[in-house]
Design a protein around this ligand. Structure first.
Ligand SMILES: [Fe+2]
Ligand SMILES: [Fe+2]
Length: 366
């Protein structure tokens, strides 16, 4: 990380333990913790009528159309050269895992949004999804460029065909995607601000791009907040409140388990994982008050202990899988039961009730 040279694309893998086939396989695999690809009822989404929120909608679309980040996702003199071969091997593996997982998540958005645009006839919906697909394609491509320098780029064309798609009804797409966009914003900006204060811990130049980047995610989240506002039942009925609670718990706990699987990565950034995750949850929950009528209580005495239990249970399941045989199977079963118990305990923590404001729109302020 010394000489500044934007032209450092490597042709051959310089990372001894991983190659492009391996990273593509990592991205293709469907597990509880990996980012998924989604499909939905595109016809139902195409019927959404935005006339009840027209002024806010038009403002957001105009902002997306102006494309403030058009020139942002290009390497320039700020892109310091990385000596991948000299990186600590454990950090290298975890950092590549982080990049592959982030690239898959970005590309997952691109695939879903592009498909909605392709299948739709509703001009409002098609225009929105076109801009969001444009942004996610840039994001995924930029991360993949960073992977390419190590000779371990993910084969995104193959991924589109080979990865399993999970079907979600449109309302579940709204909850899950709204949350993943806002949590994406909170994750990127929290790392960015931390490294702004501690530049010596920025071990890769990609983090310098996170500020403008996360504004794209923020806008995408705004779009889903507006879409949810077109049908008040989505955020007010008893059953839907339970679903929102479920998605909040599932998304937060998955993030906690996934981040804890990368201790060397967070150590290199100088970030305490629990602090970071709580910080991201807090920002996300504060933002989500714009549309969700409930908030999970992340300061409740049962919150962190059960997240830790969940993390340990996943560790046990993982160890069982690697061990194999009857003992491995048993370990996996016990781990699975422990994870389920921890999840129930988290899900039943009393929620904080919120009254979403009349005006849904927010600006990124962190
Ligand atoms: Fe993105
Ligand atoms: Fe996004």
């Amino acid at each position: 990380m010394n000489a500044q040279n934007p032209d450092i694309a490597a042709e051959t893998p310089i990372v001894p333990e991983i190659d492009s086939t391996a990273t593509t396989a990592m991205a293709t695999e469907t597990t509880m913790l990996n980012p998924r690809f989604y499909t939905t009822d595109f016809d139902e989404m195409d019927r959404v009528d935005v006339s009840s929120i027209r002024p806010e909608w038009d403002k957001l679309i105009a902002q997306m159309k102006s494309d403030p980040n058009k020139g942002h996702f290009k390497k320039n003199a700020d892109w310091d050269k990385i000596d991948w071969a000299a990186m600590d091997p454990k950090l290298r593996v975890e950092f590549i895992d982080f990049l592959v997982s982030s690239c898959t998540a970005e590309f997952s958005g691109c695939v879903l949004y592009k498909e909605m645009k392709r299948r739709g006839n509703n001009p409002d919906i098609c225009e929105l999804f076109n801009y969001m697909a444009r942004d996610e394609a840039r994001h995924a491509g930029f991360i993949n460029d960073a992977l390419r320098e190590a000779g371990v780029a993910v084969n995104l064309g193959f991924l589109t065909k080979a990865k399993k798609y999970t079907y979600f009804r449109p309302k579940f797409i709204y909850y899950a995607t709204y949350l993943s966009e806002k949590i994406g914003y909170a994750r990127y900006i929290t790392i960015y601000r931390h490294l702004e204060a501690n530049p010596d811990q920025r071990f890769h130049p990609i983090f310098k791009w996170f500020k403008e980047w996360c504004n794209d995610e923020f806008s995408h989240g705004e779009a889903f907040a507006l879409l949810m506002r077109t049908d008040p039942k989505l955020t007010s009925s008893f059953a839907n409140k339970l679903w929102i609670r479920f998605f909040l718990t599932a998304v937060y706990s998955t993030m906690f388990v996934r981040d804890h699987a990368r201790p060397e990565f967070h150590k290199a950034l100088g970030v305490d994982i629990e602090w970071y995750d709580q910080e991201v949850f807090r920002k996300t929950s504060t933002i989500a008050r714009q549309v969700f009528p409930i908030e999970v209580d992340i300061d409740h005495p049962r919150w962190l202990p059960n997240l830790r239990r969940m993390r340990d249970a996943f560790g046990q399941m993982d160890a069982g899988k690697r061990k194999g045989g009857v003992a491995g199977w048993l370990g996996k079963m016990v781990g699975g039961a422990k994870a389920a118990t921890a999840f129930v305990s988290l899900y039943t923590i009393p929620v904080i009730k919120r009254e979403p404001p009349k005006n849904v729109r927010l600006e990124p302020i962190y």
